[in-house]
Every structure is written in C-alpha cells, then in structure tokens.
Design a binder for this molecule. Structure first.
Ligand SMILES: NC(=O)c1ccc[n+]([C@@H]2O[C@H](COP(=O)([O-])OP(=O)(O)OC[C@H]3O[C@@H](n4cnc5c(N)ncnc54)[C@H](OP(=O)(O)O)[C@@H]3O)[C@@H](O)[C@H]2O)c1
Length: 264
C-alpha cells in the first residue's frame, strides 16, 4: 500500500514537542504540507525547523497560538483558512488526587483537552464537507477507557473526546470526511522519560529502565516497552490517507495492547 499525502494540508495542534511533533514529521514524510503549533514563537519555529531538517523539502508552517482559547483558534484560522487534515493532539495531563481538583482546574482541563478540539472541528469541518474530502483525528489515550485514579480529571476529558469524535463523525455522515479518535498508550516523550527515571532510578541504561518501569508499573502492556512517538504518527498517517476511507466514528488503538479489552 502506498500512502501519498502530497497536495494535502495538515495541522497538528500542540506539536512543538512530543507526540505532536512526531505526528507532524510523519505527515510531512508522507508528503503533506504541515502546520506546527505551540504557544511560543521560538519553540514552534524550532520545531518547524526540526521537521524541515528531518524531511528535506517539506512544506512546514509554524503558527504560535494558544489553541485553548477562542482568540488563539481565530488567529490560527486567519493564518490557515482551510485544512484537509486536522489532528487535535493538544492535551495536558498531570497527577492529582481527584478530591483536590477544584472547579477551576476541571474547567481548565475541559478547555484545553476537549473544547480546543471542538472549536477547531467547528472551524474546519464545514470546509472539508463542502469539498467532500477531509480527515479529523482526535488524540485520545488509554486513560479514556481505563480512568486512572491518579488523574481522573485527565481521563474524563479523554473519554469525552471519544464521544465528541462519534458525534462529529455523525455530523459528517455521507460527506467523504472521516472523524476518528486515536487511542495512544504510554509513550516515550521527554516528560515520561523523567517520570520513568523518578520511579526506577537513573543508574541503568534507558532500555533496561523502561522495561523495569513497564514490568512494575504498566504490566498490562503487551509490547512491554514504551511506544515511540513515530509509531503514533504512523497510525495517524494511515488514518489521514485515502486508504482509511471506511474508518470513521471510531477509536483506533496504538496502545501497545495496554488496554485489556477486545473493543475498541
Ligand atoms: N505521553 C504519553 O504517554 C501519552 C499517552 C497517551 C496519550 N497522550 C496524548 O498525546 C497528546 C500529546 O502528548 P505529549 O505527551 O506529546 O504532550 P507534551 O509533550 O506535553 O506536549 C504538549 C504540546 O502541546 C503544546 N501546548 C500546550 N498547551 C498548549 C496550548 N494551550 N495551545 C497550543 N499548544 C499547546 C506544547 O507546546 P508549548 O509548551 O510550546 O505551548 C507541546 O508542544 C496529548 O493529547 C496526550 O493526552 C500522551
């Protein structure tokens, strides 16, 4: 199967590092013009330069905007009026006992992890349906299926994102536009690497450290290692392509088998 996204324009929200940056890079490798986003100009430009360096000839635009705000989303739309592929990757997470999460923090998680995606879908979906072509991908998490006791507020927002996906897929029914969630599992991002070393110490090679971490703290993972960010990007590239034309309204897993269930 050949995947060619040339002629397509893709935005990845929150892509100045981590999974978002890897998704943007994989989309660029497949030929898409990509828009990289973060809150600060410096970091976003640096990320765009990294994609250009990794994928010579790639068409990459950096847009610094806070996409958790309506002003930021409007600024983005002024700079990027149309998209073929919208990847709602932006998401925040952090451990906190659920009884200590107050109203303001619940609202903040909802604004960043759910409303940011809804707002961008509202902005870009009508253009896609008019053209009869487009892809929306919402990056969810294993925490959407198995609510983590140490970050219930995060899990709740990711569960909501699955319903958002299903709802907007229905709104796009019969148009040729697909809307899906990607359920990412524990992934090797800089934040997670620090977390692993905190838990298992930093006196071992990375590979041994992550395997100990997975054995002791993520025993349900079937690959028994962290996922590398480009592995998430690969699934996003496939779902962004014409080949995935019959997959919509669903949640597709790239979780290393971590969620111990047959569906989704
Ligand atoms: N890491 C994991 O193991 C894992 C597992 C499952 C799912 N996920 C999901 O995957 C996605 C990416 O996670 P990650 O670990 O790669 O995240 P990350 O390393 O924390 O990166 C977050 C990105 O979002 C940007 N950002 C934060 N707030 C923003 C805002 N208001 N507007 C625009 N950009 C903003 C950050 O850039 P600036 O700081 O420059 O603004 C950064 O580029 C999230 O949705 C997360 O829930 C992660």
């Amino acid at each position: 199967m050949q995947i060619d996204l040339s002629g397509r324009k893709a935005l990845v929200s929150g892509s100045s590092q981590g999974i978002g940056l890897a998704i943007a890079t994989q989309l660029a490798r497949a030929g898409a013009a990509v828009v990289v986003n973060g809150r600060t100009a410096d970091k976003t430009e640096t990320a765009a330069a990294q994609v250009r360096n990794d994928v010579p000839g790639a068409e990459v635009t950096a847009v610094a905007a806070d996409l958790a705000s309506s002003e930021g989303a409007e600024q983005l739309q002024a700079e990027v009026p149309d998209l073929d592929i919208l990847v709602n990757n932006l998401g925040i997470f952090g451990a906190k006992p659920v009884l200590e999460v107050d109203d303001d923090e619940w609202r903040h998680y909802f604004e960043v992890n759910v409303l940011s995606a809804i707002r961008l879908i509202r902005m870009y979906l009508p253009g896609m349906t008019e053209r009869g072509r487009g892809r929306v991908l919402n990056i969810a998490s294993d925490s959407a299926i198995v609510t983590p006791v140490e970050m219930v507020h995060y899990g709740v927002t990711k569960t909501a994102l699955l319903a958002v996906t299903r709802g907007y897929a229905k709104a796009a029914a019969g148009t040729g536009v697909t809307v899906n969630s990607v359920i990412a599992g524990p992934t090797h991002t800089p934040g997670v690497e620090d977390f692993v070393h905190e838990l298992v110490g930093d006196d071992q090679e990375w590979d041994d450290a992550q395997r100990q971490f997975m054995r002791e703290h993520r025993p349900y993972s079937l690959i028994q290692r962290l996922i590398e960010p480009p592995e998430i990007g690969n699934l996003v590239v496939y779902l962004s392509s014409d080949l995935a034309s019959a997959t919509t309204g669903g949640a597709v897993r790239v979780d290393g088998g971590y969620v111990d269930s047959i569906l989704p």
